[in-house]
Design a protein around this ligand. Structure first.
Ligand code: GDP
Ligand code: IMO
Ligand code: MG
Length: 423
């Protein structure tokens, strides 16, 4: 069986967690392929809201197996807190959750390095979630990292000590004020590692290969969004992994010719948290209304998300680099009541009109050009079928499908599992 992918097409927080949870009943295995606890994937059902960080969003379904792939970075401390959050739901995670031996471990000093680097950058900071993501991926590519499989070796603590000592010297080099008590952090870390070791570690590429051969259905879950991709995002204001479709191949060991559908998720508008360019950002009351109605606050850091109109130039680019086969539009309900809606269809760049994403999208380089649409007044949140959709929403959807040349197969009209309309 082919492996289907689900990933965000904007700057993250598109609603990936909700949709993975909705789709899980169609899949035997859900596998996270990159990112780490910088992610916050929200699921809502039966009046309960749950935010997952490293654990795949299929964990609440009885039958699905959840795999944390080699491309993911794991902070044992955050991970154990996540497990504890699941205890009240009586989830047998020792059976349902398995972890790649090749996934890298976030050390306490990685988090401190993240903080030191951001402080040293001052105004130019990335706006990182400060979970140690950048430094951990740096150690991975620098070939210094500690992997889950290392925790099974007798001498892993020696390797840990050497790396932590090096990190402390690096933190000193930054010469900035970072308050931390490493001894305390290490006690917590080593305890969490012992809990982590109670779970099953696997060679996940082999596991997924055999699962495919046996005809199991697999959905790969992305974190962050395509515009935060280390290669194709708004560098340097990006995360440190490949969030795009190719990242699923390297982050799980799935061959490119085994990829089936690529589900691309986007909000009916755009949000971004942290620093970096955002051409369609709104600084007026409309933007503030979107943030208020859409509850646009980060699931991980609680930071206010910046809001703006849908950017079709950026969305087309994301569909292109990912090979998206099916689109899913989230949070359409948030736009109810806006008199006029805008979609950016091109940019003015160096005096010319362009429809592709250029190298520089800083405000001084691009000016968005908009098409305007009449808004809808109807509350979408109680709708259960597309036949109930107002004409203006149908027009909005039809315009996007025509421009992107990809069908929109799901329209989400609220945070709950049930508020999902299949087209
Ligand atoms: P993720 O990181 O892509 O999983 O997205 P987040 O969970 O960080 O952010 C999405 C937020 O929007 C969460 O609070 C969801 O509960 C909420 N959400 C998801 N889909 C919808 C929707 O269609 N309408 C509304 N109003 N909220 C939604
Ligand atoms: P999910 O999976 C939104 C952003 C941060 C910052 C930049 C780098 O919930 O969609 P990092 O901590 O990775 O060094 O931060 O990326 N960022 C996210 N924004 N959703 C996320 O994940 C994000 N993960 C990282 O705000 O701008
Ligand atoms: Mg999120």
């Amino acid at each position: 069986m082919a492996v289907d992918l689900l990933l965000g097409l904007q700057w993250g927080d598109e609603g990936k967690g909700k949709i993975v949870d909705v789709l899980t009943s169609n899949y035997n295995i859900i596998a996270r392929f990159q990112g780490g606890p910088n992610a916050g994937h929200t699921l809502e059902f039966d009046g309960i809201k749950h935010v997952l960080r490293t654990i795949p969003s299929g964990i609440f379904h009885d039958k699905s197996i959840n795999v944390i792939g080699n491309g993911v970075v794991i902070d044992p401390v955050v991970f154990v807190k996540e497990l504890e959050g699941l205890d009240q739901f009586k989830i047998d995670y020792k059976k349902k959750l398995i972890i790649s031996r090749k996934a890298h471990i976030i050390l306490p000093t990685h988090r401190m390095l993240d903080a030191a680097s951001e402080t040293a950058k001052g105004k130019a900071k990335i706006g990182s979630t400060l979970k140690g993501i950048g430094p951990t991926y740096m150690d991975k590519t620098g070939r210094n990292g500690i992997r889950v499989g290392d925790l099974e070796l007798a001498d892993w603590k020696d390797k840990y000590r050497a790396l932590a000592n090096k990190h402390e010297a690096m933190i000193d080099f930054y010469n900035v004020q970072i308050e931390y008590d490493l001894e305390e952090l290490e006690t917590e870390f080593f305890e969490a590692v012992e809990r982590l070791k109670e779970l099953t570690f696997i060679d996940s590429e082999e596991y997924l290969y055999q699962a495919q051969k046996a005809g199991k259905t697999i959905l790969a879950e992305g974190a962050q969004g395509s515009l935060l991709d280390i290669d194709f995002g708004t560098y340097p204001f990006v995360t440190s992994s490949n969030t795009t479709a190719a990242g699923a191949c390297t982050g799980l060991g799935v061959a490119p010719n085994q990829i089936g559908d690529v589900y691309g998720i986007f909000k009916a508008y755009t949000t971004r948290v942290g620093s970096g360019p955002f051409p369609t950002e709104l600084f007026d009351e409309i933007g503030a209304d979107m943030a208020r109605i859409g509850h646009e606050f980060g699931a991980v850091t609680g930071r206010a998300r910046r809001c703006g109109w849908l950017d079709l130039v950026a969305l087309k680019y994301a569909c292109q680099v990912n090979g998206v086969t099916k689109l899913m539009m989230m949070k359409g309900d948030v736009l109810s009541g806006f008199k006029t809606l805008k979609i950016c269809t091109s940019y003015t760049y160096k005096g010319e009109t362009i429809t592709h994403l250029p190298y520089n999208i800083e405000p001084e380089n691009v000016e968005p050009i908009y098409s305007e649409f009449k808004g809808w007044k109807e509350d979408l949140t109680k709708m259960t079928d597309k036949s109930q959709f107002p004409k203006e929403l149908n027009d909005y959807i039809a315009f996007l499908e025509k421009e992107l040349e990809i069908p929109i197969t799901v329209v989400s009209v609220g945070p709950d599992r049930k508020q999902t309309i299949f087209m």
